[in-house]
Design a protein. Structure first.
Length: 324
Protein backbone atom coordinates (compact mmCIF):
# COMPACT_ATOMS: atom_id res chain seq x y z
CA UNK A 1 0.00 0.00 0.00
CA UNK A 2 1.71 3.17 -1.13
CA UNK A 3 1.42 6.28 0.96
CA UNK A 4 -0.36 8.06 -1.87
CA UNK A 5 -3.05 5.41 -2.38
CA UNK A 6 -5.32 6.79 0.36
CA UNK A 7 -6.31 3.23 1.20
CA UNK A 8 -6.55 1.73 4.66
CA UNK A 9 -6.09 -1.63 6.38
CA UNK A 10 -8.45 -3.08 8.95
CA UNK A 11 -6.29 -4.58 11.72
CA UNK A 12 -7.91 -7.08 14.10
CA UNK A 13 -6.23 -8.29 17.29
CA UNK A 14 -8.04 -11.32 18.73
CA UNK A 15 -7.31 -11.97 22.40
CA UNK A 16 -8.62 -14.46 24.94
CA UNK A 17 -10.35 -11.62 26.79
CA UNK A 18 -11.24 -9.09 24.11
CA UNK A 19 -10.98 -8.30 20.42
CA UNK A 20 -9.50 -4.96 19.41
CA UNK A 21 -9.72 -3.61 15.90
CA UNK A 22 -8.73 -0.45 14.13
CA UNK A 23 -8.55 1.19 10.75
CA UNK A 24 -4.85 1.79 10.06
CA UNK A 25 -3.33 4.16 7.50
CA UNK A 26 -0.13 3.80 5.44
CA UNK A 27 1.96 5.25 8.28
CA UNK A 28 0.76 2.76 10.90
CA UNK A 29 -1.63 5.18 12.60
CA UNK A 30 -5.02 4.07 13.91
CA UNK A 31 -7.81 6.32 12.65
CA UNK A 32 -10.85 4.55 14.11
CA UNK A 33 -11.32 1.82 16.74
CA UNK A 34 -13.70 -0.81 18.08
CA UNK A 35 -13.60 -3.42 20.84
CA UNK A 36 -15.75 -6.30 22.08
CA UNK A 37 -15.41 -9.05 24.66
CA UNK A 38 -14.27 -12.50 23.56
CA UNK A 39 -15.74 -14.53 26.42
CA UNK A 40 -19.29 -13.37 25.72
CA UNK A 41 -19.72 -16.08 23.07
CA UNK A 42 -20.37 -19.74 23.76
CA UNK A 43 -19.40 -21.04 20.31
CA UNK A 44 -16.96 -20.37 17.51
CA UNK A 45 -19.77 -19.65 15.05
CA UNK A 46 -21.34 -17.03 17.32
CA UNK A 47 -17.92 -15.45 17.81
CA UNK A 48 -17.22 -15.26 14.07
CA UNK A 49 -20.67 -13.79 13.44
CA UNK A 50 -20.02 -11.02 15.96
CA UNK A 51 -16.52 -10.46 14.59
CA UNK A 52 -17.93 -9.85 11.11
CA UNK A 53 -20.66 -7.61 12.50
CA UNK A 54 -18.14 -5.47 14.40
CA UNK A 55 -15.81 -5.25 11.40
CA UNK A 56 -18.66 -4.07 9.17
CA UNK A 57 -19.77 -1.53 11.77
CA UNK A 58 -16.27 -0.07 12.08
CA UNK A 59 -15.89 0.26 8.32
CA UNK A 60 -19.31 1.92 8.08
CA UNK A 61 -18.57 4.31 10.94
CA UNK A 62 -15.30 5.38 9.35
CA UNK A 63 -16.80 5.71 5.88
CA UNK A 64 -14.39 3.20 4.40
CA UNK A 65 -15.89 1.50 1.37
CA UNK A 66 -14.33 -1.13 -0.85
CA UNK A 67 -12.49 1.50 -2.90
CA UNK A 68 -10.59 2.63 0.21
CA UNK A 69 -10.00 -0.72 1.93
CA UNK A 70 -6.67 -2.30 0.94
CA UNK A 71 -7.36 -5.42 3.00
CA UNK A 72 -7.73 -7.02 6.42
CA UNK A 73 -5.07 -8.40 8.77
CA UNK A 74 -5.94 -10.58 11.76
CA UNK A 75 -3.69 -11.66 14.64
CA UNK A 76 -4.86 -14.66 16.68
CA UNK A 77 -3.54 -16.32 19.88
CA UNK A 78 -2.74 -19.76 18.53
CA UNK A 79 -1.31 -21.74 15.64
CA UNK A 80 -2.25 -20.22 12.31
CA UNK A 81 -1.34 -21.37 8.79
CA UNK A 82 -0.17 -18.03 7.45
CA UNK A 83 -0.15 -19.21 3.83
CA UNK A 84 -3.57 -20.88 3.71
CA UNK A 85 -5.35 -18.71 6.28
CA UNK A 86 -6.45 -21.63 8.44
CA UNK A 87 -6.66 -21.37 12.24
CA UNK A 88 -5.45 -24.73 13.57
CA UNK A 89 -6.19 -23.96 17.24
CA UNK A 90 -6.41 -21.06 19.67
CA UNK A 91 -5.02 -20.85 23.20
CA UNK A 92 -7.75 -20.28 25.82
CA UNK A 93 -10.54 -19.99 23.21
CA UNK A 94 -12.43 -23.25 22.74
CA UNK A 95 -13.88 -24.62 19.52
CA UNK A 96 -11.27 -23.32 17.10
CA UNK A 97 -9.92 -26.33 15.24
CA UNK A 98 -8.99 -26.17 11.56
CA UNK A 99 -11.16 -23.09 10.93
CA UNK A 100 -10.76 -21.61 7.39
CA UNK A 101 -11.14 -18.06 8.67
CA UNK A 102 -9.52 -16.43 5.64
CA UNK A 103 -12.06 -18.08 3.35
CA UNK A 104 -14.94 -17.09 5.65
CA UNK A 105 -13.88 -13.44 5.77
CA UNK A 106 -13.14 -13.25 2.06
CA UNK A 107 -16.69 -14.32 1.21
CA UNK A 108 -17.96 -11.32 3.15
CA UNK A 109 -15.43 -8.58 2.43
CA UNK A 110 -13.99 -9.59 -0.98
CA UNK A 111 -10.58 -8.11 -0.20
CA UNK A 112 -7.07 -9.30 0.65
CA UNK A 113 -7.05 -11.21 3.96
CA UNK A 114 -3.95 -12.17 5.99
CA UNK A 115 -3.97 -14.15 9.23
CA UNK A 116 -1.11 -14.91 11.60
CA UNK A 117 -0.27 -15.79 15.18
CA UNK A 118 -0.62 -12.67 17.32
CA UNK A 119 3.03 -12.67 18.42
CA UNK A 120 4.15 -12.91 14.79
CA UNK A 121 1.79 -10.04 13.97
CA UNK A 122 3.33 -8.05 16.85
CA UNK A 123 6.81 -8.69 15.41
CA UNK A 124 5.61 -7.71 11.94
CA UNK A 125 4.28 -4.40 13.25
CA UNK A 126 7.62 -3.62 14.88
CA UNK A 127 9.34 -4.53 11.62
CA UNK A 128 7.14 -2.42 9.33
CA UNK A 129 6.44 0.66 11.45
CA UNK A 130 8.37 0.24 14.71
CA UNK A 131 11.86 -0.06 16.17
CA UNK A 132 12.72 -3.24 14.26
CA UNK A 133 12.81 -1.29 10.99
CA UNK A 134 16.56 -0.83 11.52
CA UNK A 135 17.24 -4.43 12.63
CA UNK A 136 18.27 -7.41 10.50
CA UNK A 137 17.56 -9.86 13.30
CA UNK A 138 15.34 -9.29 16.33
CA UNK A 139 13.58 -11.13 19.12
CA UNK A 140 10.16 -9.65 19.87
CA UNK A 141 8.47 -10.68 23.10
CA UNK A 142 5.07 -9.78 24.52
CA UNK A 143 4.46 -10.05 28.25
CA UNK A 144 0.89 -10.49 29.41
CA UNK A 145 -1.26 -13.42 30.53
CA UNK A 146 1.31 -15.55 28.77
CA UNK A 147 4.62 -14.89 27.06
CA UNK A 148 4.46 -14.56 23.28
CA UNK A 149 7.45 -14.50 20.98
CA UNK A 150 8.06 -13.44 17.41
CA UNK A 151 11.38 -13.86 15.60
CA UNK A 152 12.72 -11.66 12.82
CA UNK A 153 15.48 -13.36 10.86
CA UNK A 154 17.26 -11.48 8.07
CA UNK A 155 14.45 -8.95 7.82
CA UNK A 156 11.60 -11.48 7.69
CA UNK A 157 9.23 -12.90 10.31
CA UNK A 158 10.30 -16.49 10.92
CA UNK A 159 7.35 -18.83 11.43
CA UNK A 160 8.96 -22.28 11.51
CA UNK A 161 8.18 -25.57 9.76
CA UNK A 162 4.53 -25.73 10.87
CA UNK A 163 3.94 -22.12 11.95
CA UNK A 164 4.93 -22.73 15.59
CA UNK A 165 8.24 -20.85 15.90
CA UNK A 166 8.92 -18.26 18.58
CA UNK A 167 7.47 -20.01 21.64
CA UNK A 168 9.85 -18.19 23.96
CA UNK A 169 7.44 -18.54 26.87
CA UNK A 170 8.03 -22.28 26.82
CA UNK A 171 11.79 -22.22 27.10
CA UNK A 172 12.63 -24.12 30.30
CA UNK A 173 14.52 -22.08 32.89
CA UNK A 174 14.11 -24.51 35.82
CA UNK A 175 13.62 -28.26 35.38
CA UNK A 176 12.11 -28.42 38.88
CA UNK A 177 9.92 -25.37 38.37
CA UNK A 178 6.12 -25.10 38.51
CA UNK A 179 3.87 -26.79 35.97
CA UNK A 180 2.95 -24.79 32.90
CA UNK A 181 -0.25 -24.79 30.87
CA UNK A 182 1.63 -26.46 28.01
CA UNK A 183 2.14 -29.56 30.15
CA UNK A 184 5.84 -29.09 30.90
CA UNK A 185 7.56 -27.81 34.03
CA UNK A 186 9.66 -24.73 34.63
CA UNK A 187 8.73 -22.79 31.48
CA UNK A 188 9.57 -19.09 31.38
CA UNK A 189 5.86 -18.30 31.18
CA UNK A 190 5.25 -20.00 34.54
CA UNK A 191 7.57 -17.44 36.15
CA UNK A 192 6.75 -14.34 34.09
CA UNK A 193 3.07 -14.55 33.03
CA UNK A 194 0.95 -11.95 34.84
CA UNK A 195 -1.26 -14.43 36.68
CA UNK A 196 1.84 -16.15 38.05
CA UNK A 197 3.28 -12.85 39.27
CA UNK A 198 0.02 -11.97 41.05
CA UNK A 199 -0.30 -15.45 42.58
CA UNK A 200 3.31 -15.32 43.79
CA UNK A 201 2.61 -11.98 45.46
CA UNK A 202 -0.55 -13.30 47.13
CA UNK A 203 1.25 -16.41 48.39
CA UNK A 204 4.02 -14.37 50.01
CA UNK A 205 1.58 -11.91 51.59
CA UNK A 206 -0.40 -14.78 53.12
CA UNK A 207 2.85 -15.99 54.68
CA UNK A 208 3.28 -12.66 56.44
CA UNK A 209 5.15 -10.42 54.00
CA UNK A 210 4.49 -6.74 54.67
CA UNK A 211 3.65 -4.64 51.62
CA UNK A 212 1.83 -1.54 50.44
CA UNK A 213 -0.18 -3.81 48.13
CA UNK A 214 -2.41 -4.91 51.02
CA UNK A 215 -3.45 -1.30 51.56
CA UNK A 216 -3.95 -0.60 47.85
CA UNK A 217 -6.46 -3.48 47.55
CA UNK A 218 -8.09 -2.84 50.95
CA UNK A 219 -7.12 -6.31 52.09
CA UNK A 220 -8.77 -8.09 49.11
CA UNK A 221 -5.76 -9.95 47.76
CA UNK A 222 -7.69 -11.17 44.70
CA UNK A 223 -7.51 -7.62 43.37
CA UNK A 224 -3.73 -7.66 43.11
CA UNK A 225 -2.56 -7.11 39.51
CA UNK A 226 0.79 -6.38 37.86
CA UNK A 227 -0.40 -2.79 37.40
CA UNK A 228 -0.87 -2.42 41.15
CA UNK A 229 2.49 -4.04 41.81
CA UNK A 230 4.09 -1.43 39.54
CA UNK A 231 2.17 1.34 41.31
CA UNK A 232 3.45 0.12 44.67
CA UNK A 233 7.00 -0.20 43.34
CA UNK A 234 6.90 3.43 42.21
CA UNK A 235 6.00 4.30 45.80
CA UNK A 236 9.17 2.49 46.90
CA UNK A 237 7.43 -0.58 48.27
CA UNK A 238 10.37 -2.95 48.77
CA UNK A 239 8.20 -6.06 48.37
CA UNK A 240 6.90 -4.94 44.97
CA UNK A 241 10.32 -3.82 43.75
CA UNK A 242 11.67 -7.27 44.63
CA UNK A 243 8.83 -8.99 42.74
CA UNK A 244 9.76 -7.11 39.58
CA UNK A 245 13.43 -7.75 40.25
CA UNK A 246 12.74 -11.50 40.29
CA UNK A 247 10.55 -11.27 37.18
CA UNK A 248 13.18 -9.35 35.22
CA UNK A 249 15.82 -11.84 36.30
CA UNK A 250 13.76 -14.81 35.08
CA UNK A 251 13.11 -13.01 31.81
CA UNK A 252 16.81 -12.30 31.35
CA UNK A 253 17.67 -15.95 31.96
CA UNK A 254 15.17 -17.09 29.33
CA UNK A 255 16.16 -14.48 26.76
CA UNK A 256 19.90 -15.00 27.16
CA UNK A 257 19.63 -18.46 25.61
CA UNK A 258 17.64 -17.09 22.67
CA UNK A 259 20.18 -14.29 22.19
CA UNK A 260 23.05 -16.78 22.18
CA UNK A 261 21.32 -18.83 19.47
CA UNK A 262 20.07 -16.07 17.18
CA UNK A 263 22.62 -13.25 17.72
CA UNK A 264 20.00 -10.50 17.20
CA UNK A 265 20.47 -6.76 16.82
CA UNK A 266 17.53 -6.15 19.13
CA UNK A 267 15.33 -7.60 21.82
CA UNK A 268 12.00 -5.75 21.71
CA UNK A 269 9.76 -6.11 24.75
CA UNK A 270 6.05 -5.26 24.69
CA UNK A 271 2.81 -6.23 26.37
CA UNK A 272 1.24 -5.08 29.60
CA UNK A 273 4.07 -6.16 31.90
CA UNK A 274 6.58 -4.04 30.01
CA UNK A 275 4.86 -1.01 31.56
CA UNK A 276 6.77 -1.83 34.75
CA UNK A 277 9.62 -0.01 32.99
CA UNK A 278 12.91 0.20 34.86
CA UNK A 279 11.72 -2.24 37.52
CA UNK A 280 11.77 -5.06 34.99
CA UNK A 281 14.26 -3.76 32.39
CA UNK A 282 17.10 -3.16 34.83
CA UNK A 283 17.32 -6.79 36.07
CA UNK A 284 16.62 -8.04 32.53
CA UNK A 285 19.60 -6.14 31.13
CA UNK A 286 21.79 -7.16 34.06
CA UNK A 287 21.01 -10.84 33.50
CA UNK A 288 21.66 -10.59 29.76
CA UNK A 289 25.05 -9.01 30.43
CA UNK A 290 25.83 -11.82 32.83
CA UNK A 291 24.73 -14.73 30.61
CA UNK A 292 24.82 -13.73 26.91
CA UNK A 293 28.08 -14.14 25.00
CA UNK A 294 30.23 -11.02 24.75
CA UNK A 295 30.28 -10.91 20.96
CA UNK A 296 26.46 -10.94 20.96
CA UNK A 297 26.26 -8.13 23.50
CA UNK A 298 28.38 -5.88 21.25
CA UNK A 299 25.49 -5.47 18.80
CA UNK A 300 22.50 -6.10 21.07
CA UNK A 301 20.03 -3.40 22.10
CA UNK A 302 17.07 -4.03 24.41
CA UNK A 303 14.14 -1.81 23.47
CA UNK A 304 10.63 -1.16 24.71
CA UNK A 305 8.13 -1.90 21.93
CA UNK A 306 6.38 0.83 19.99
CA UNK A 307 2.62 1.45 19.98
CA UNK A 308 1.82 0.41 23.59
CA UNK A 309 -1.70 -1.11 23.76
CA UNK A 310 -2.17 -0.63 20.00
CA UNK A 311 0.72 -2.94 19.08
CA UNK A 312 -1.58 -5.90 18.36
CA UNK A 313 -3.91 -3.99 16.03
CA UNK A 314 -1.06 -2.25 14.21
CA UNK A 315 0.79 -5.55 13.96
CA UNK A 316 -2.24 -7.25 12.42
CA UNK A 317 -2.57 -4.45 9.86
CA UNK A 318 1.13 -4.73 9.03
CA UNK A 319 0.62 -8.30 7.79
CA UNK A 320 -1.02 -6.90 4.69
CA UNK A 321 1.53 -4.13 4.22
CA UNK A 322 4.36 -6.65 4.50
CA UNK A 323 2.98 -8.85 1.72
CA UNK A 324 2.12 -6.13 -0.80
Amino acid sequence: MSKSSKKYILGVDVGATSVKMGLVDANGRILSRALFQTKAFASKDAFVKELIKQMRALLKKSGTGKNKLAGIGVGLPGRVDFKKGIVHDLTNIKGWNEVPLKKILYKIFKTAIYLDNDANAFASGQLIWGKARVARNAVCITLGSGVGGGLIIEGEVFRGSNFSAGEIGHVCIDINGPSCGCGANGCLESFVGNRYIASRAIEKIKKGQKTLLTKLVNGDLKKITPELITRAARQRDAFSVKLWEQTGTYLGIGLSGIVNIINPDMVIVGGGLSKAGKFIFKPLNRELKKRAMRQHLKVLKVQNADFNDDAGVIGAASLLERER
